[in-house]
Design a protein around this ligand. Sequence first.
Ligand code: FAD
Ligand code: NAI
Length: 466
Amino acid sequence: MQYDVVVIGSGPGGYVAAIRSAQLGKKVAIIEKYSVLGGTCLNVGCIPSKALLDSSEHFYNAAHHFADHGIEIPAPVANLGKMIGRKNGVVEKMNAGINFLMKKNKITVHNGLGSFVDKNTIKVTKTDGSEETITTQQVIIATGSKPTILPFMNYDKKRIITSTEALSLTEIPKHLIVIGAGVIGAELGSVYARLGAKVSFVEFADSMIPTMDKTMGKELQKSVKKLGADFFFNTKVTKIENSGEEVTVTAEAADGKPVEIKGDYCLVCIGRRAYTDGLNLEAVGVATDRGKVVVDEHTLETNVKGIYAIGDVVRGAMLAHKAEEEGVFVAEVMAGQKPHINYNLIPGVVYTWPEVASVGATEEELKAKGVAYKAGSFPFKALGRATASGDTDGLVKVLADTATDEILGVHIIGARAADMIAEAVTAMEFRASAEDIARISHAHPTYMEALKEAALAATANRAIHS
Ligand code: FAD
Ligand code: NAI
């Protein structure tokens, strides 16, 4: 079988690259080692986690907030089996959607492990052990990432788990110990805390979501604390052990004090590593750096001509929409076009409640670079729409250049932040000033008014409602 383009991996990077290549007239195949398409994001990442976040949020609101709205119901019961079943249904529906897109774009799907024979030949090993060989002019490596887990963590997939198992638990933990209060910890910790689990976060850094603007982590901690969670910051885990139904986490605090926490489940979410196992990169000499495939910044081509790489397996944010942008980019480069990605403006979102969303520089980054900036903030509690709905936690922070007023960063924690950030991304793509946002009419009453007010606050401190 001879193709123009073969994509290895069917996550948001790979399947989008395949579709764009097909749109550009190429004969395309995609290789996926699992029986379903969609990669981490669809099967054990973005989509199933959001399905459980939504279900658990409905449960939490029914238990704690409906009465505030005058809706009186008996105490609701969480049926985790049904929630997981619904989540599986959502994933299956979207698996079918990707199958449809492959057919529509005449992309051939090969199920099996793809490995290089040479730069134009890929062997596909199917689950029954049979093999087929396909040839191609160009290859896109889109093999994604896997959870990082250290040997002393004794990962047993039953009690000591990663996000993959946490998305399919058969019972609500009594006490879930979460190692790493980053994005996965915050999201999946919230799911089980809302369903009634006691959740303890053990985090190496000094706050939740420590790579985002510091105000976000501080505010998020306040909200997650309301779910009954507790936090061990500046704490390094040294051992995790499971004895039957009890998990013991041993750690060391910054001052050297030993810490021991006992629970019934331990979720390890300390980051993810690029995944190239089984690809046989050695056969073609594709260079890697600390496990990541090295690519040319202007073309996403590896050191081997005709082999490209995208998504989590290369440098940069491990996000589905970043992988998708690179999927389109690489297909267009391979077709001789000159596309562009603005890596500074890839938004980051944490789907907790309230949501956290961010684009551009953090205050800490601007300080470190010595950039003169102005900051304007606006709290959700001063917003009519937020007060009406009862979602008053959070704030919007706009950072703008002191001299030019260009927006350098926007950080939002609050209801619907995930959708609100799009206005900031669009404005920043057009290099808008804070004054531009401040002068645009925003419908009333909406959450988006908080962005306008924060922009007003950033320009001569003239917010109207605070
Ligand atoms: P992947 O999605 O990892 O896909 C790679 C595919 O390649 C896999 O299907 C794998 O089986 C296949 N593969 C690997 N090796 C081979 C081989 N040799 N042969 C054949 N096939 C192979 N990002 C967001 O932007 N928003 C979110 O809300 C979000 N939520 C997340 C929640 C969780 C719990 C997790 C774990 C991740 C989340 N992410 C989220 C991150 C997102 O899932 C990844 O950034 C994204 O999936 C990366 O896409 P990719 O195409 O690079 O790789
Ligand atoms: P992360 O990098 O977001 O967080 C890991 C956290 O673990 C960090 O805060 C780090 O300080 C801490 N840590 C590292 N080693 C530790 C140790 N030994 N002991 C205690 N703490 C330790 O990684 P996470 O949460 O695993 O997620 C992986 C990636 O998946 C994210 O970086 C993100 O790219 C992607 N993702 C994106 C989501 C989204 O966009 N909403 C949702 C979930 C995942």
